[in-house]
Design a protein around this ligand. Sequence first.
Ligand SMILES: [Zn+2]
Ligand SMILES: [Zn+2]
Length: 376
Amino acid sequence: MSSAVLCQSSSCINGNPPSRMECPTCNKVGIRGSFFCGQECFKAGWKTHKLVHDFVKNPTSLVNVGKSVDSYNPFPDYNFTGTVRPVYPLSPKRSIPEHIPRPEYAITGEPVSELNEGGAAPRILNVTEIEKMRMACRLSREVLDTAAAHVRPGITTDELDEVVHNATIERNAYPSPLNYRGFPKSVCTSVNEVICHGIPDQRILQEGDIVNIDVSLFYDGYHGDVNGSYPVGKIDEESEKLIRTTRESLDAAIKICRPGALLRDIGKTIEPVARANGCAVVRTYTGHGIHELFHCAPTNVPHYAKNKAIGTMKTGMVFTIEPMLNLGTNWSLVHWPDDWTATTVDGKRSAQFEETLLITDTGVEVLTGKVPEREM
Ligand SMILES: [Zn+2]
Ligand SMILES: [Zn+2]
């Protein structure tokens, strides 16, 4: 399948997410199979012209290139496990309007209350707190769905960050990842072999990629947290199966949630679904409690079988389940030198889905679920 090729001239696109075949600046229609959108764009930059020629000769040359010809890989000596590369410079830090309340780490980067929580028991939220969680989670889902609607070949992960950032502040909410332990952006975007915590940068999403978008936001004192993995254009069957299996494993885990169920049985439910479909379950990162604190007790909600998590689900508890599944049998991971981006060790792809859940008297409410699910 050959996809619509968008004008990639930095002087044309100039930060606008391309949504059509026409160049958004000069409004000329691109010639299929090339990056030219017309004389004016061509004239605008010789460096871009050179890039176009390189692309025509070798269509994979742009796989890890951003929209600016001045983009670069900040870790040229790092031994990458797959084909995805960071494409810097990162865009400048996005600002938050004055009137939006911030979580405590917004300035210093340190989530002090989380660090002081120690081995506290999971909190049971009261009716008022639950109502606030519902709202924060509903807004998180809206923002995730907004970002997902922008996924297409030609958009950069930094542009997805901009979409998330703007959709979040429009709702008078703060994007929870921004400056959390120093994270530089408003959302995590994890492409192909990146398992989680990818930093949005200038890399252009390519037809055939998969991307996870992990949205969390802080509204009226409470955090919501939700993520999903999405195909970029047409993807191969293996990647489709990975995404489907990951979603199925999360849904199976949600089904066992009710008062009295054991936290450790979540992993016992997820891992067989993964294994039966040729996937391994990541162990290093787990689900977590969430309310006024972004990450809190229960601090460890493992997604793998035979885990030793202690604790029983109780009415009024809120936590996330967010399985990360790798293609193949290797569940381990490595980090890029940015200390955030976690990738598979063998370069195989990884997918993730996450929901924030409330344990109720009768079972479970998916606080971040799509609206029809929530009303069931
Ligand atoms: Zn998340
Ligand atoms: Zn989470």
